[in-house]
Design a protein around this ligand. Structure first.
Ligand code: GSH
Length: 209
């Protein structure tokens, strides 16, 4: 499988899933501003929206959307236990968390707050929504080590999104259980590897720009 990714973007969740699963994977870097791959080819030919992540499966078909890609990768490597079995209550709870992270945090709050082209009113509106959502996380993580009973692809996604807090003035320390969770998950060897590799690629990309 190949992952079209941009350093430190939401696509990092899938890199974490690959590393946690010990899965063989290729990584194709995308400049999401220019919509180009490193070889200069047009990323719109891969995803009409010009967004990462895109997964090219072993059969060659393309899959977009974190909420689809992450369970797909987990299901392809079941021994890693990155997602509960389909049809179970726990699997429904995984989908619930993925939906929450994707819509309520990633797109609903962090994208407008981080996007330099967002009107200040849009960023402010989104920022106002953050506290209630982080309060929900705080309550859950004060009582749970992971989002589910064990590490799952939802933790890979949430950690990827929480990693953006420092770039937009969100003080994780205001939610101590969320902060402790982020530190704990970020210290997992496979997560730490993904974070440090993508940070290096992010810095390289910044230098090129
Ligand atoms: N609906 C997509 C959104 C993915 C997304 O927002 N990707 C961002 C990076 S975190 C991106 O590629 N942004 C570039 C753009 O929107 O032009 C998903 O959930 O997978």
């Amino acid at each position: 499988m190949d992952l079209y990714f941009s350093p430190l973007a939401c696509s990092m969740a899938t890199r974490i899933a690959f590393y946690e699963a010990g899965a063989p994977a290729g990584f194709i870097q995308v400049d999401t501003k220019k919509k180009k791959l490193r070889d200069g080819s047009d990323f719109h030919a891969i995803n009409a929206l010009g967004q990462v992540p895109v997964l090219r499966t072993d059969e060659g078909w393309l899959l977009t959307e974190n909420t689809a890609i992450l369970p797909y990768v987990a299901d392809r490597f079941p021994a890693a236990g990155l997602a509960p079995s389909p049809g179970t209550r726990e699997r429904a709870q995984l989908q619930q968390w993925l939906g929450f992270i994707s819509t309520e945090l990633h797109k609903g709050v962090f994208v407008p707050v981080l996007d330099p082209t967002a009107p200040p009113e849009a960023a402010e509106y989104a920022r106002q929504k953050l506290d209630r959502r982080f309060d929900l996380l705080q309550t859950h993580l004060a009582a749970h080590e992971y989002l589910l009973d064990r590490f799952s692809v939802a933790d890979a996604y949430l950690t990827t999104v929480l990693n953006w807090a420092k770039y937009c003035g969100v003080e994780l320390a205001e939610w101590p259980a969320v902060d402790a969770y982020f530190q704990r998950i970020a210290a997992r060897p496979h997560v730490a590897r993904a974070l440090s590799e993508e940070m290096a690629l992010f810095r390289e990309e910044q230098a090129r720009q």
